[in-house]
Design a protein. Structure first.
Length: 257
């Protein structure tokens, strides 16, 4: 575990005080409860207010309450909880249809995190788990989510990052990755052949929220012993249908299957 940053710790301590009582506090109350210097508390409150994490109580300029930014963070957290729960339900439905392993994943930095997984009903299946983190460029879900990023954000996430290989088929060059992402944008789905697992291929489709933003991807993963071009087309349609269904559960109205 890395070293904790004292200033950040103090700021979080301040915010957590507002979970108690009536949710309002004055600078002297914060000073007393946290046993911090008055100057430090003033600077912390001023900074948090400037970033909309705190606001002054109307009619009581010396008191503070939580601001809109904390609500936005909480709402995003709740969205992800809904996404995981709804994703698991849709993944089950897709897996029941095809008998293969189905994942729902989100993007974090330049990695993907699997937030839902339903196993194949076949004896031969891939080994994975919800909560697992993998390099985005090696997976169908990850490449799809990278392809959905604005160019400036994509550049920022990839800057200084080495594209490590998970198998001999993994993409390791930036230009190769950009070409793959361009193809994904054109097709609307992503495919990876043995790029994260030497024995598995996957196809993924985008999951959108109520604002039409791509927030996750749903994939179907198949051992190479059950993979073919015809199977790829079939599973691409099924992944897209499942992703549309999940999008609809999240409030998207653009094309629920």
């Amino acid at each position: 575990m890395g070293r904790l940053v004292p200033a950040v710790t103090r700021a979080l301590d301040v915010l957590e005080l507002f979970l108690e009582g009536d949710g309002t506090l004055s600078a002297p109350e914060v000073t007393r409860r946290l046993e911090l210097p008055r100057t430090t508390v003033h600077e912390l409150l001023t900074t948090l207010a400037a970033r909309s994490y705190l606001v002054t109580v109307p009619g009581q300029p010396g008191r503070y309450r939580l601001g809109v930014r904390t609500y936005q963070l909480g709402s995003r957290y709740a969205e992800q909880l809904d996404l995981a729960a709804e994703g698991l339900q849709v993944a089950r439905e897709v897996a029941e249809t095809c008998g293969e392993t189905v994942h729902v994943a989100i993007l974090e930095d330049a990695d993907v995190i699997y937030i839902a997984k339903v196993d194949s009903t076949h004896a031969v299946r891939m080994v994975s788990a919800a909560g697992r983190r993998l390099p985005a460029h090696c997976t169908s879900v990850g490449k799809l989510l990278l392809a959905a990023l604005p160019e400036a954000e994509l550049e920022a996430r990839l800057r200084g990052r080495e594209l490590e290989a998970m198998t001999e088929n993994s993409i390791t060059g930036t230009e190769e990755l950009r070409a793959a992402l361009a193809e994904i944008r054109e097709r609307g789905i992503a495919v990876e052949h043995r790029e994260s697992n030497p024995d598995v291929s996957c196809v993924a489709a985008p999951v959108r929220d109520r604002s039409d933003r791509i927030v996750a991807a749903l994939s179907v993963s198949v051992p190479m012993s059950r993979w073919s071009e015809e199977r790829e087309d079939e599973l691409a349609r099924l992944a897209a249908k499942g992703a549309d269904a999940l999008s609809g559960r999240l409030g998207h109205h653009g094309g629920q299957a």
